[in-house]
Design a binder for this molecule. Structure first.
Ligand code: CP3
Length: 377
């Protein structure tokens, strides 16, 4: 790999973030301004897992098509991406896909079992399994680029957020072969067989890095790296066995970032002890789960108010998804509290502290977006 580090292409002039026409450019959108620590025309919000099972129109469209198949039909992936924007008026779309799509595109036998999650035909556990991992090429990502292009043409000045799984979270599924609570397999491998671990994580970083790069070059205006399971690691293990590979994944798009470029969000759950490392891995925005207060995160990160400090990062989060099912006044009070906690941060992008639960009443999300837009900014 590593030819990624020689990428010199900046964003194409036709990219939605670079367009001169203010009507079409995403640069002045509330989300991009928010990610840059600036104030836009309204208080922006989007929701992780806003596309998908909480929407009846999603379930209807998906009938008869498996989850991963639907991600690879550009018209369908694009339509599912747009559904929550139309319904809720959220300020950004998140691309409908999955963190295991790069594996599928590379020819690895993987499916999403409903109610379970990603399941591999054969878990990847030995040095021999890792040696057999397929070579990755840019062509593989064509259905992804096509879906992104269709989507951004519809979105106009509203940004599309691209994403990828961080190497650890993806590798955890590869080694376990299915979802697990404790991630014992990958945590054993990183110590027992460091060489295999390095090869596996290097491959996964390249797969995720290329997946994210394809989305951004096709028109996504921001990117998010999901390290959902990073919270299962000690700080030391994260720092030495995982963080370097998340950096490698983000290196694939580093030339597209910077003041005028793509904001990068780094999100995980249970990450209170490693938020500074997640920032240092190369993100300008840190996603915070619902377990921590934003004011405490801000203090731990040494953020100072205003966008100019050297180490400052914008925070994203962290409405507790459990409260989407609570009485409205309980939810409203919680959301107002989250906004107050985020007020000292160099910027605050409202989102959930993890994904929308499938059982969520979509009308609650629509009402929540209305509330957030009505609050002074
Ligand atoms: O709306 C969005 O956020 C965009 C699409 C998106 C999906 N998955 C669609 C999806 C995104 C960003 C993801 C990321 C993802 N996938 C993560 C990181 C975020 C997180 O939630 O922590 C992880 C860990 C995965 C792996 C994965 N895929 C799991 C654990 C599951 C759930 C399994 C289940 O059925 O409970 C999936 C399936 C999945 N990914 C669905 C969707 C809409 C549900 C598929 C269905 O309709 O049955």
């Amino acid at each position: 790999m590593n030819q990624a580090f020689s990428h010199t292409a900046a964003l194409p002039t036709t990219h939605p973030l670079m367009l001169q026409d203010a009507e079409k450019s995403t640069a002045a959108s509330a989300v991009i301004k928010g990610y840059r620590g600036q104030v836009g025309d309204r208080r922006p919000v989007w929701f992780m897992r806003q596309a998908g099972r909480s929407l009846p129109e999603y379930r209807k469209l998906r009938e008869g098509t498996t989850m991963l198949e639907s991600c690879l039909i550009p018209e369908m992936a694009s339509e599912i991406t747009l559904q929550p924007v139309r319904r809720h008026d959220v300020d950004a779309a998140i691309f409908f896909s999955d963190i295991v799509i790069p594996l599928k595109l590379a020819g690895i036998g993987v499916e999403i079992k409903p109610g379970v999650g990603p399941v591999l035909d054969t878990p990847i556990r030995s040095a021999a399994d890792i040696a057999k991992l397929p070579e990755l090429t840019d062509d593989m990502f064509e259905p992804i680029s096509d879906a992104v292009k269709l989507t951004v043409a519809e979105l106009g000045s509203r940004p599309l957020i691209g994403f990828a799984g961080a190497p650890y979270t993806v590798a955890a599924y590869m080694v376990e072969g299915r979802p697990s609570r404790d991630h014992l397999g990958p945590r054993t491998m990183m110590h027992q067989d460091p060489e295999s671990w390095d090869r596996l994580m290097t491959w996964t970083a390249e797969a995720s890095g290329r997946f994210l790069r394809a989305q951004i070059l096709a028109g996504a205006s921001a990117g998010q790296l999901f390290d959902s399971w990073a919270g299962s690691l000690s700080r030391t293990n994260y720092q030495h066995k995982v963080m370097p590979y998340s950096q490698q994944a983000l290196e694939h798009v580093a030339d597209l970032t910077g003041e005028q470029g793509i904001p990068l969000v780094h999100f995980g759950t249970g990450t209170g002890e490693i938020l500074d490392l997640m920032r240092d891995a190369g993100a300008s925005v840190v996603g915070v789960d619902y377990r921590m207060r934003l004011d405490e995160v801000n203090r731990r990160l040494g953020n100072t108010p205003g966008p100019d400090g050297r180490t400052n990062v914008v925070l994203q989060g962290n409405i507790d998804p459990a409260l989407l099912d609570a009485d409205w006044d309980v939810l409203e009070a919680h959301v107002r509290d989250v906004i107050a906690q985020g007020a000292d941060a160099p910027g605050h992008m409202l989102n959930l502290g993890h994904g929308v639960p499938p059982t969520t009443d979509p009308t609650v999300l629509t009402r929540l977006v209305e509330l957030i837009h009505s609050i002074d900014y």
